[in-house]
Design a protein around this ligand. Structure first.
Ligand SMILES: Cc1ncc(COP(=O)(O)O)c(C=O)c1O
Length: 373
């Protein structure tokens, strides 16, 4: 299948940067034009924009096995998390557990909570892997929340979410998962994984643009959460002027933060639609196959992985480059191979549009770049 007709951004390129920015599709271009037309022709069709924002939420809810009312539209994974965390007070459980393989979205944001008296415990990785037993040691009856990743942005390590969830349940702690590096490519099901909260954004494998994030809050817990970072959209009636007390919306939309980034939500809906049309299971199977080809070729060339390749890994595989990883990213881009450097690794993110030929081109060009470095 020639996906380049639908994705102008991959034409003439081997595109392996969906862990950073998914390639632009004609679907997203049309969605942005539709938004532009709505401004030009109708001026202020708020009803149309509201419908589009909530359509994006509904599409997102479907690919994570949630109900539409359990999703709150946001601007980034960070803003979604910040808004959720404002529900917690340090007058009961004080400990929050995360890991050093989590994206700074989690670590930095949690650090902010220390100002209010929370303690943050960071589980350290061992050779790029988080041992699930470390959660057993860290999570106890003082633990309020475990917040961690499904697939690590740094090295692609994939955690067993269900196992961590069982540990949280055993101690009565909340469980939040950051699926930004797996959503769209790996099966994610909030009920099967048994999570309370989930954050992600549309920029990467979901093929959208920056400015669209999503927060999932399990219906059974939403009513007990009273966020302090609220906006007029968090009220049952957003247009109620002069409120004397907070009248929270019944569902996850109580975490809304004012006027949405409407164009980003148009793009998000278009991107998620493509994923839904192809189907996550089909994408996952393709990606697992193409990754094997990539791994074989990388080893044939005598390169090493920064990803813990013998462990469970997600769609993105990071090849060990060293201190020049960013330079290599730029040199690869000149050779029409789009990748993304993080730390000492060069990340190759696999998606449904990547073919065996793409993999051959990418590894071939990497060989040439590294020889001339
Ligand atoms: C796993 C993960 N979480 C969070 C983020 C950052 O998200 P945001 O900038 O939307 O907060 C990224 C970005 O690369 C990521 O890979």
């Amino acid at each position: 299948m020639d996906w380049s007709k639908r994705f102008p951004a991959i034409r003439g390129k081997a595109y392996f940067a969906s862990c950073s920015q998914g390639p632009l599709s004609v679907d997203v271009i049309h969605a942005l034009k539709k938004y532009q037309q709505s401004l030009l022709k109708q001026g202020n069709p708020w009803e149309e924009w509201t419908a589009e924002v909530y359509k994006a939420c509904e599409l997102f809810s479907k690919i994570i096995g949630a109900k539409p009312e359990e999703i709150c539209p946001h601007y980034s994974a960070s803003s979604a998390l910040i808004s959720l965390l404002s529900s917690f007070r340090p007058n009961g459980r004080k400990k929050i557990v995360t890991t050093d393989l989590d994206y700074p979205t989690i670590g930095v944001t949690l650090n902010g909570l220390k100002e209010y008296g929370f303690e943050v415990e960071i589980i350290k990785n061992q050779e790029g892997v988080i041992d699930v037993n470390e959660y057993r040691k860290a999570v106890d009856s003082d633990t309020l929340l475990v917040a961690t990743f499904h697939v690590s942005a740094l090295n692609g390590f994939r955690q067993n979410v269900k196992e961590i969830s069982e540990i949280c349940r055993g101690e009565g702690a909340y469980f939040l998962i950051d699926v930004y590096q797996s959503i769209g490519v790996e099966p994610v099901d909030v009920r099967k994984m048994d999570v309370d909260f989930l954050v992600a954004g549309a920029t990467k494998f979901l093929l959208g643009l920056p400015g669209a994030g999503f927060l999932y809050v399990k219906q059974e817990v939403v009513d007990s959460l009273r966020p302090s970072a609220v906006s007029w959209f968090s009220q049952k009636d957003p247009f109620r002027f002069g409120p004397e007390k907070m009248d929270y919306r019944k569902d996850a939309k109580r975490f809304e933060m004012g006027t949405w980034s409407v164009p980003s939500m148009y793009a998000a809906a278009a991107g998620i639609n493509i994923i839904a049309e192809i189907g996550v299971n089909k994408i996952y199977q393709h990606v697992e196959k193409i990754k094997k080809h990539f791994i074989n070729l990388i080893y044939d060339q005598g390169f090493e992985f920064f990803s813990p390749i013998d462990e469970s890994v997600g769609p993105t595989l990071s090849v060990l480059i060293g201190s020049k990883s960013h330079e290599v990213e730029l040199l690869m881009r000149r050779r029409k191979v789009i990748t993304s450097a993080r730390g000492p690794g060069l990340r190759f993110a696999h998606h449904f549009f990547n073919s065996r030929q793409d993999v051959q081109k990418a590894v071939g060009q990497l060989s040439k770049v590294l020889k001339n470095l």
